[in-house]
Unconditional design. Structure first.
Length: 83
């Protein structure tokens, strides 16, 4: 078996944010067809009415949303783009 000496990952961008509703974050340009988002939230109520999510709205914009009725969420985000 021959192992590849190159990584399938082209770029990784990371950050943190405090959310009570929506926030747009400018990121370095990615190909949205080859990228995905990881989110980890804390400081929020674990109910069916509390959800943090992310979306790449453009090649350079990550929109984070937190839908909750009470608390602010602390979100760690990561955008990974593959070659």
């Amino acid at each position: 078996m021959k192992l590849l000496n190159t990584s399938p990952v082209k770029s990784i961008q990371r950050g943190t944010a405090s959310l009570s509703s929506a926030l747009d974050i400018t990121i370095a340009k990615v190909n949205r067809e080859k990228a995905f988002i990881n989110l980890m939230s804390s400081g929020w109520s674990q109910s069916a009415n509390s959800l943090s999510r992310g979306e790449l709205t453009t090649d350079t914009n990550l929109r984070l949303r937190h839908d909750a009725t009470t608390r602010t969420a602390n979100v760690s985000w990561e955008v990974i783009e593959y070659v």
